[in-house]
Design a protein around this ligand. Structure first.
Ligand code: KG4
Ligand code: ZN
Length: 335
């Protein structure tokens, strides 16, 4: 079964062609980062306009890279939500139009379902059930994943997402958007224990996250530093110490979830899972606790069409998908 996957929930227009849920024939990503970087974050209105311009060439490029035409495609998988409404609508409307004109069934895919399965795009794959820690620009959540289609939310952020915290701290320090990769790089030259930033554990058994206090602590640290008249900020130490605080909480809560659910497999996913320090620390703690840790290659951590194609493939296998053009997008996680 040949699936065309389309993703447009945030600032990446992406399309992929996946054969039988196994072989990735094409994976094209057009990122809008350079445009949004000027504003220090994603501007929704600009994002939808850019998706509109990119969607056709991106899909064409994916088909051509895969060496196929629409006549070969058995199903279209498209991100339905959560994400920016205007951005999602571009992908969904495009998918509906192609489905209608070419008589190819389509299926709506939850963006999180894509992230949860992204690890299967590599060779080191977990068995079900597993615990997944998904940390991205829009979400920081822990799931119990029972099957390719069924997953249970165990905890989520009460305020900022982990990636959002990276982006906001980067902005504060005058660094480029998106903040994650830049902070990760700078942190390599700093000390993670240089500044003691807070970790929000919430209640002892909570699997929820809160990153806004950490962000405020970094803001306060920077202001105090400036007030003292010290002009040069210890940027690398701030980055490393901030990163350490985020990593500590994500890793510890992932382990807690695994213990509570009595599952010895943890999957990292989402853009922040591309972070080298998080990957290393999760691997170390997993080993220590006899928990097997699985991580997608960094390019499958950030948004892509391949994970949407894969999640869609499993939906089609289960008999979902078709020609219902009443389907609408949704902006927030349905709970
Ligand atoms: O999954 P993703 O591409 O989009 C959303 O669904 O949100 O995640 C993007 C987020 C951004 O906040 C970015 O700063 C963060 O992932 N990110 C990273 C790294 N690469 C991307 N955070 C930390 N370290 C990285 N290497
Ligand atoms: Zn995402």
């Amino acid at each position: 079964m040949l699936i065309l996957g389309i993703e447009s929930s945030c600032d990446e227009t992406a399309a992929a062609v996946l054969a039988d849920g196994e072989e990735l024939l094409a994976d094209v990503i057009n990122t809008q980062v350079a445009t949004h970087a000027k504003y220090g974050g994603v501007v929704p209105e600009l994002a939808s306009r850019m998706h509109l311009e990119a969607i056709y060439p991106v899909v064409e490029e994916a088909l051509s890279q895969a060496g196929v035409t629409l006549a070969d495609i058995d199903g279209i998988a498209v991100t339905q939500g959560p994400g920016l409404i205007g951005s999602l609508l571009v992908g969904l409307s495009f998918a509906k139009a192609v489905s209608f004109v070419r008589k190819i069934p389509y299926v709506g895919v939850d963006h999180m379902n894509g992230h949860l399965l992204s690890v299967f795009l590599g060779q080191h794959r977990p068995a079900f059930p597993y615990i997944a820690v998904v940390a991205s620009g829009g979400h920081s959540s822990i799931f119990r994943v029972n099957s390719a289609k069924e997953y249970l939310l165990l905890g989520r952020t009460r305020d900022d997402a982990a990636g959002e915290a990276f982006d906001k701290v980067a902005k504060l320090l005058g660094l480029a958007y998106p903040g994650g990769p830049v902070i990760g790089k700078l942190a390599e030259e700093g000390r993670g224990d240089a500044i003691s930033f807070p970790r929000a554990w919430l209640t002892p058994d909570s699997l929820d996250f809160s990153f806004s206090g950490l962000k405020t602590a970094v803001v306060n640290f920077v202001h105090k530093h400036r007030q003292k008249g010290e002009r040069v900020l210890p940027q690398a130490d701030i980055c490393a110490s901030f990163q350490e605080a985020v990593v500590d909480v994500l890793v510890e809560k992932g382990i807690r979830a695994a213990k509570r659910e009595n599952i010895d497999r943890i999957v990292l996913a989402g853009g922040v899972a591309a972070n080298g320090r998080l990957r290393a620390e999760m691997a170390r703690r997993g080993k220590e606790q006899n928990i097997e840790v699985y991580m997608p290659a960094p390019r499958f951590c950030t948004d892509n069409g391949a994970m949407i194609a894969l999640a869609g493939y499993h939906r089609f296998l289960a008999g979902e998908g078709g020609y219902d053009y009443e389907m609408d997008v949704y902006s927030r996680v349905a709970i």
